[in-house]
Design a protein around this ligand. Structure first.
Ligand code: SF4
Length: 304
């Protein structure tokens, strides 16, 4: 067992933020489920066919036309601004850049040039890794540069910082969003969090979301359906209720991307569909996230 764990640790980086350790260190069932998302497991050495280190083929040149940029849908691009996160999720789709890479220098200038020269792009999504791991000054310079492009009307941040390292949501970060709104009031600013369990929305985290919303950000959430973590009706229902109670719109429930070392988290799609049907019967339709499977060519709706 120890040898297997050592092997796992030699393959993948491991990180759990001090906030998560402190908040979920009581050994309860819920805490263990939270921690399981980030904890190395010998089962990561099992790699069935079709599990790879780039399950969405993001390194293919046809959707990867510039450094740190993914252009899959005509009107939007994803800019990968860092390989760092406050926690490393063991099932991370972009494991090749997060758990399997060394810290990389943020290099977003090629992406900026690409977007400037492509008028069909109206939305820029900052992702990574977690964009909020960058110093706020750098984040602001980057966001302002993209916001200045006339044909870009929407800026979006994908982050797990709010619920795993809430101290990073400080006044400086809030001021950045206020400044964006002030200088470019006609643009739409969106934050998409990654929360898989209602319990991740602690009082501290709720307050941070409220602060972010007060800057004019629209809040959405994406979750991943994970075996042994949130693959039952009650857990998903409680998650959705906690999100809407905090004015965060449930956006996506992702079928696991088949990234290497994550097969023990996979839930069968047929079972996922049953869960979605139960949720649809129990909750308002507008509160139900889209259950999707992602691929190189984009998302397919499994249940909507
Ligand atoms: S926070 Fe997001 S980018 Fe970072 S390891 Fe988790 S899933 Fe990957």
């Amino acid at each position: 067992m120890q040898n297997s764990l050592d092997h796992v640790n030699s393959l993948y980086r491991f990180r759990i933020s001090s906030y998560i350790r402190k908040t979920f260190g009581d050994g309860s069932d819920t805490s263990q489920r939270v921690l399981k998302q980030f904890s190395p497991d010998p089962q990561e050495l099992i790699n069935p066919e079709h599990f790879s280190n780039d399950p969405l083929s993001e390194t293919h040149s046809d959707i990867h036309p510039a450094v740190n940029l993914i252009h899959k849908y005509k009107s939007k691009v994803l800019v990968l601004v860092t390989s760092e996160c406050p926690v490393f999720c063991r099932y991370c789709t972009r494991k090749r850049k997060t758990l399997m890479s060394k810290p990389e220098k943020a290099d977003w200038l090629p992406a900026l040039d690409y977007v400037k020269n492509n008028a069909s792009i109206n939305e820029v999504i900052f992702s990574g890794g977690d964009p909020f791991m960058l110093p706020v000054g750098q984040l602001q310079q980057m966001a302002m540069s993209f916001a200045q492009i006339k044909h870009v009307g929407f800026l979006r941040w994908h982050t797990r910082v709010v619920n795993t390292s809430p101290e990073r949501v400080n006044q400086k970060l809030l001021d950045m969003f206020l400044a964006l709104k002030e200088f470019h009031p006609q643009k739409i600013y969106t934050l998409v969090s990654h929360i898989n369990l209602a319990e991740e929305l602690t009082e501290t985290v709720k307050l941070k979301f409220k602060n972010l919303q007060s800057t004019g950000l629209r809040l959405y959430n994406q979750s991943v359906l994970l075996k042994g973590i949130n693959d039952d009706f009650e857990t998903l229902r409680d998650l959705i209720l906690a999100l809407i109670d905090n004015q965060i719109q449930p956006y996506y429930l992702h079928q696991l991307d088949r990234v290497e070392g994550s097969s023990h988290f996979e839930v069968k799609e047929e079972y996922g569909l049953q869960l979605m049907q139960q949720l649809r019967e129990a909750l308002p339709a507008w509160a139900i996230p889209r259950y999707v499977r992602d691929s190189k060519s984009g998302k397919s709706n499994l249940f909507y």
